[in-house]
Design a protein around this ligand. Structure first.
Ligand SMILES: Nc1ncnc2c1ncn2[C@@H]1O[C@H](COP(=O)(O)OP(=O)(O)OP(=O)(O)O)[C@@H](O)[C@H]1O
Ligand SMILES: [Mg+2]
Length: 397
């Protein structure tokens, strides 16, 4: 495994990249945008390699390289930057390896390879050993052997069973829940030759996530648990603190630290977890980047997840992860926009005390597309949640 502290030939030797330097980003979405806003506040320059001049991160960057991850574009990015990071994990690891030879690039390609593949991810975590959702990997679901393997998984885990493509899933895309053998066969045929994992459906009490940062010096910092509610497989609402016991909080910290250290993380990483009555925490998946559930750290924490990511990749001391106040976040999906592209009445939502509006600068609203979010802070988590629901309702006409 790539080790920043012991590999003398790599460009990854611990080195503080001081404010005034330039940070590069692969990928131009909202995570990149909020990362850049934090980086610029700290005096860094921001360069993005993205497929569009109008992408959310490009709109706030100091300089934009438009194009694919070609060797030429990667060279151009490397030549302009002191450090490079990634906006999301589905970036070809060859591109990241190429960059890492030229400029310090975090997180390392080794983590991406794991996070890009559900099979490898679950196997790696299980070997740590950490609790993961029981699963079976099926190489060719549509084949006779594949259907047999899936039927065995259903016999072991019961129905409903969740089938997920091993690669390129996000916001529930590439997932199918099957309730019986007939649905299982139909889904298997649809997946065809695409490798999938079949997962046991977990009867969780709540979904939570934990953010952990680790810098080049190996220092780690873990945030308190965040509680999440999904609608249609897309994150809808998060709040923190979560309604979790001290034992669960402790277990989450231990999981987060283990993952960060064993994967040799440099940057920030989110562990998505299910809390199961009588069993404790089970890992759903990891994301080696700032996470949608962590957006509430902008208003709710001493150090936002984006600032923490800047600190981690620049080799700065990590920031305080303690809460400033209870906070709740509600995602704004494209469904809230009119068919004619008209905006929801933001000014209405802003009448609610403690509410902040974040918009990502996307001009085209599509159903399910993350356009922005609302965060509300309060004296209690109940107050924060009440406020964010109230503000959201004012946007729904
Ligand atoms: N095995 C499972 N048991 C119960 N619920 C599940 C399971 N797998 C997924 N889900 C539900 O579906 C949601 C999305 O699943 P998952 O995180 O695997 O998908 P994703 O496409 O990577 O989503 P995202 O990008 O939003 O994290 C989970 O947060 C959870 O609510
Ligand atoms: Mg997920």
């Amino acid at each position: 495994m790539l080790n920043a502290k012991t590999d003398p030939d790599s460009a990854l030797n611990p080195k503080t990249i001081r404010p005034g330097a330039t940070i590069g980003m692969l990928g131009g979405g909202q995570l990149g945008r909020m990362f850049f806003l934090a980086a610029k506040q700290m005096g860094y320059h921001a360069v993005v390699l993205t497929d569009s001049e109008g992408s959310p991160a490009a709109l706030v960057a100091d300089s934009v390289i438009v194009g694919d991850y070609t060797p030429q574009n990667l060279e151009k990015l490397a030549s302009q930057c002191d450090v490079v990071t990634l906006e999301f994990e589905n970036i070809p690891d060859a591109a990241v390896q190429h960059l890492a030879k030229r400029v310090p690039t975090f997180p390392p390609a080794s983590i991406l390879r794991i996070a890009q593949d559900r099979h490898l991810e679950k196997r790696t975590l299980a070997e740590m050993p950490l609790p993961v959702t029981p699963f079976r990997t099926v190489e060719h679901p549509g084949s006779e052997a594949g259907i047999k393997e899936l039927s065995e998984a259903a016999a072991a885990f019961g129905f409903p069973l969740i089938l997920k493509t091993a690669r390129s899933g996000y916001d529930g895309k590439g997932q199918k829940k099957v309730a019986n053998q007939e649905e299982l066969i139909a889904a298997a045929n649809e997946f065809g030759n695409e490798r999938i994992v079949a997962e046991k459906m977990i009867a969780f009490e709540r979904e939570v996530s934990v953010l952990v940062a680790r810098n080049q010096q190996g220092e780690t910092a873990v945030y308190p648990l965040i509680e999440n509610q999904h609608r249609n497989h897309i994150l809808a609402i998060s709040h923190s603190p979560a309604a979790a016991s001290p034992e669960i909080e402790k277990a989450a910290v231990q999981i987060a630290e283990t993952v960060a250290k064993k994967l040799d993380l440099v940057g920030i990483l989110c562990v998505e977890l299910f809390e199961v009555p009588g069993e404790g925490l089970i890992i759903n998946e990891i994301a080696p980047r700032p996470h949608n559930s962590g957006h509430l750290t902008i208003e709710g924490s001493s150090t936002s997840q984006f600032e923490q990511h800047v600190r981690a990749v620049c080799g700065l001391p990590l920031g305080d992860t303690s809460p400033r106040c209870p906070a709740a976040m509600f995602n704004l999906l494209g469904d809230l926009w009119g068919d004619d592209g008209s905006d929801p009445p933001f000014e209405q939502a802003l009448t609610v005390p403690g509410v902040s509006l974040h918009l990502y600068g996307k001009t085209e609203a599509r159903p399910g597309r993350k356009m922005g979010h609302l965060t509300a802070v309060g004296k209690t988590v109940e107050e924060a949640l009440r406020r964010v629901y109230e503000a959201y309702e004012l946007l729904v006409e």
